[in-house]
Design a protein. Structure first.
Lengths: 405, 153
């Protein structure tokens, strides 16, 4: 039989009375640092700085240095002309599926399996994921993540979660699949359901963030703001309407330690290779499905059929349907596809936010089915659909009211 | 171990006022000039995430100033380390940004920047956090010396 939170606390008191000796202890600098970084007055500004470092490193190392500095050049200036040259008959369906648009000057616009597919997977997503997991492993090994959990505990309690929920959130910012798996330590089914739902809807993965950074570098903050607001409002509502308990958590906060390079490299390799095995096949499959839908006319049919909904309700053109179709497989590919569609900056921002709150990628979907029961899964999907429509209509309203749409 | 030192108090005061001042300046420029920012001689205040950096610098300044009293006390010393790490993060990322921008060549040009362009990337103007970097490093030098004498660090 499991103990309640109160009984656990009582047990802690009993054990500590029996085992802990009290006396004078001179705290070391490391003890003080450990203490000072969980106290709100000093801990919150420090957390803001750490998150800035995380974000800036992600941007500069993955974005500016690897993707913009070298990989985009390799793909657009060398690889694309070469692959366009060696593939025969640009008017054939084989060419269309594998290379895509023969007039394309960049891999992102081409939409072929071997052009957009490879570029998104290896040119944009791989550096982003590597940078993300590198910093994540460092913070994990230093011992900072549990402190972040303690700091954010009060805020997350307002929506029925507790500080530990920060781990699935941060992991989810790398890839939603391990993010969903990381909800297992949460104590009740209610907390797990809430966390999986909020993760699936409001936490963009590192791959998607990498592509967003490339498409809308100046507006990415607005996307995050829209997602954070939605996260807390939806969490607050789910906490009120979903039956179940939200107990306190007992969490071990380890001392700060110097991380070892071997550990960090091992974790980086393990997580990146896991991500590549999950992501790359879906990116390729996404390109094939989109190309086949174009060739068979299914995409035009869908675009025409959904155009009234998309344009009247959300203020975006029917062409965005191509990204919505691809979004079922990979959101990073879907966001990348928006780069090849003629959109105003407001329409682009709206489409990216809608894709963010849209269905998670197929791999995350499979993980959700595994981790949730059917009732919870259907509730998650229903939440997704409701939020998608609320965001679409609200953004169209805001854009029209401000004269931006 | 003494708990007070005039020299250390002066150092905390200077670091605190400088960090807080730059933080306020960055905040003001965020609201007045946006991401384009301004350049005054060797000082550049600009960038997309200026407001974020402003909050960090301002907070680091406040933490330094709160550590002035009994500044060699272990608790106060820990505060100054936290403030210094905050400045180190912001300035370190500025250095990473310069390195990331200096190595690859221009779009349509050579793979790598020629030496002259590479070196020119490191020329002034600099962001305020770069000017704060040497100040923040002094704390670590002090802790290194302290560790050698007391073994704590």
């Amino acid at each position: 039989m499991g103990l309640t939170a109160e009984q656990k606390w009582e047990l802690v008191d009993v054990i500590s009375r029996e085992t802990v000796k009290f006396g004078d202890y001179e705290p070391t600098l490391r003890d003080e640092l450990a203490d000072i970084t969980v106290k709100p007055l000093t801990g919150i500004p420090f957390a803001i700085a750490v998150l800035y470092g995380f974000w800036a490193f992600f941007n500069e190392f993955a974005g500016t240095f690897l993707t913009d500095g070298f990989l985009t050049k390799i793909f657009d200036s060398n690889y694309l002309p070469w692959i366009q040259g060696i593939f025969p008959r640009p008017d054939s369906w084989v060419y269309f599926i594998f290379v895509g648009n023969p007039q394309a000057e960049t891999c992102l616009e081409a939409f072929g399996v071997l052009t957009s597919g490879l570029y998104v997977a290896f040119g944009v997503v791989l550096p982003a994921i590597m940078a993300f997991y590198l910093v994540f492993a460092f913070l994990e090994d230093v011992g900072y993540l549990p402190r972040l959990a303690v700091l954010i505990d009060t805020i997350l309690h307002k929506i029925g979660l507790h500080g530990y929920a920060i781990v699935p959130i941060i992991l989810g910012l790398g890839c939603n699949v391990p993010g969903v798996m990381a909800t297992r330590p949460l104590e009740t089914r209610k907390q797990r359901f809430m966390m999986i739902t909020l993760l699936a809807v409001f936490i963009p993965c590192g791959a998607q963030i990498g592509v967003m950074r490339r498409l809308i570098p100046d507006q990415i903050g607005w996307v995050f703001l829209a997602l954070v607001i939605g996260y807390f409002i939806t969490g607050f509502i789910l906490n009120r309407i979903w039956h179940g308990e939200s107990p306190e958590i007992l969490m071990d906060v380890p001392p700060y330690r110097l991380p070892t390079v071997t550990n960090i490299v091992r974790k980086l390799i393990m997580r990146t290779s896991h991500f590549l095995m999950v992501a790359v096949p879906f990116v390729m499959l996404g390109c094939v499905i989109v190309a086949v839908m174009y060739l068979t006319g299914a995409m035009d049919y869908l675009a025409t059929a959904l155009a009234p909904v998309l344009s009247k309700l959300f203020g975006i053109p029917g062409d965005v349907v191509v990204a919505l179709v691809a979004g079922f497989l990979r959101k990073d590919l879907a966001v990348g596809m928006l780069g090849g569609i003629q959109l105003s900056s407001w329409q682009l921002l709206t489409s990216i936010i809608l894709l963010s709150v849209y269905f998670p990628c197929l791999a995350t979907f499979a993980m959700m089915i595994k981790e949730e029961n059917w009732k919870e899964f259907l509730a998650t999907v229903l939440t997704l659909i409701i939020i998608f429509f609320i965001y679409g209509i609200a953004l169209n309203f805001i854009g029209t009211a401000m004269g931006l749409a | 171990m003494p708990r007070k030192s005039l020299l250390a108090s002066i150092y905390y005061a200077i670091s605190g006022i400088a960090a807080m001042g730059f933080g306020i300046l960055e905040m003001v420029i965020t609201f007045t000039s946006g991401v384009d920012g301004v350049i005054w001689g060797p000082l550049e205040i600009s960038g997309l995430w200026l407001w974020w950096r402003a909050i960090i610098l301002f907070s680091a300044g406040v933490i330094y100033l709160s550590a002035i009293k009994n500044c060699l006390d272990i608790h106060q010393l820990a505060k100054s380390v936290v403030a210094s790490i905050m400045i180190l993060i912001v300035s370190g990322m500025e250095v990473v940004a310069r390195v990331a921008g200096s190595v690859p060549g221009e779009e349509g040009g050579p793979w790598f920047n020629p030496p002259a362009v590479f070196l020119a990337t490191y020329a002034p103007p600099y962001m305020p956090e770069i000017f704060l970097l040497p100040l923040s490093l002094l704390v670590f030098a002090f802790i290194y010396r302290r560790k050698k004498t007391t073994g704590d660090g």
